[in-house]
Design a protein around this ligand. Structure first.
Ligand code: G3P
Length: 217
C-alpha cells in the first residue's frame, strides 16, 4: 500500500518524507488556500517546491471545468516536473481530459469520486489513480469504506490497473481499514499516519528495556 500525505504544508511533507515511508503527496485548492498559497504563479512554484521535497507522485489539481481549459492547465502542470499527476474532477469534461492525458502518457488522478459508477468511468478513461472521498461519505452517514470495497471488487473483476487512492482519510483506523480492503494507496493527514506508531505496550516495553539496561551498566 502506498502512503501519500494529503497536505500542501511543506513542514509536514518534510516530516513524513524524513520518516522514510512516504510515496507521494496529494493537494487540492482548499489545502493550498489553507497554507495561504494563492495566485497562479505562487501555486505553480509551490508544486515545484513540493516536488523537490519528495521522490514520488505529486497530485496537482486543475481549476478549469471545461475540456480545453483542463488540457491547457494540465499540460502546464505536467511540464513542471515528471512527478506531477494531473488531478481532474469527476465530471464529463474531466473524464474526457483524463482520456486525453492517459493517451499522452501523462499521469492522472480523478478526484471527487463518491460512487462505484464514477470509479468505473475513471478506470475506463485510463486514470492512473482515482480518489474516493471516504471521510466525506462517512460525514453524510454513508459507508465510505464500503465504497472502497465495491471498487476493489469491480476493478479486480476486469483487471483494471487504475489505482484506488483512498482520500478524505481522517484517522488511523481509516488507514488500517483501507489496507484490509486492499486500497492501492491512501492519502491522509500526518496525524493519521503517525497514529500507526502508537501502542502503549511498545512504550511500556521500551521503558523496561532501557531501565534493565541501566541496571546492568
Ligand atoms: O484528498 C481529498 C481530501 O483532501 C479531502 O479531505 O478531509 O477535506 O474531506 P477532506
Amino acid at each position: 500500500m502506498k502512503f501519500f500525505i494529503d497536505t500542501a504544508n511543506l513542514e509536514q511533507i518534510k516530516e513524513a518524507q524524513a520518516m522514510g515511508i512516504l510515496d507521494g503527496v496529494t493537494t487540492n485548492p482548499s489545502l493550498m488556500a489553507k497554507e495561504g498559497i494563492t495566485g497562479a504563479e505562487n501555486i505553480l512554484q509551490h508544486y515545484k517546491d513540493i516536488c523537490e521535497l519528495v521522490d514520488g507522485d505529486v497530485s496537482a489539481e486543475v481549476i478549469s471545468t471545461d475540456f480545453e481549459g483542463m488540457v491547457k492547465e494540465g499540460e502546464a502542470l505536467a511540464a513542471l516536473n515528471p512527478q506531477i499527476v494531473v488531478k481532474l474532477p469527476m465530471i464529463a469534461d474531466g473524464v474526457k481530459a483524463c482520456k486525453y492525458f492517459s493517451d499522452k502518457g501523462i499521469k492522472t488522478n480523478m478526484t471527487l469520486i463518491f460512487s462505484a459508477g464514477q470509479a468505473l468511468l475513471a478506470a475506463k478513461a485510463g486514470a492512473t489513480y482515482m480518489s474516493p472521498f471516504i471521510g466525506r461519505l462517512d460525514d453524510i452517514s454513508t459507508d465510505g469504506l464500503g465504497l472502497i470495497a465495491e471498487i476493489r471488487l469491480i476493478y479486480d473483476n476486469y483487471g483494471f490497473d487504475t489505482q484506488i487512492l483512498a482520500a478524505s482519510v481522517r484517522h488511523t483506523m481509516h488507514i488500517m481499514d483501507c489496507a484490509k480492503i486492499g486500497a492501492d494507496v491512501m492519502t491522509g493527514p500526518l496525524s493519521a499516519i503517525k497514529g500507526l506508531l502508537k501502542h502503549p505496550l511498545t512504550d511500556i516495553g521500551l521503558a523496561k528495556f532501557l531501565a534493565d539496561y541501566k541496571k546492568g551498566n
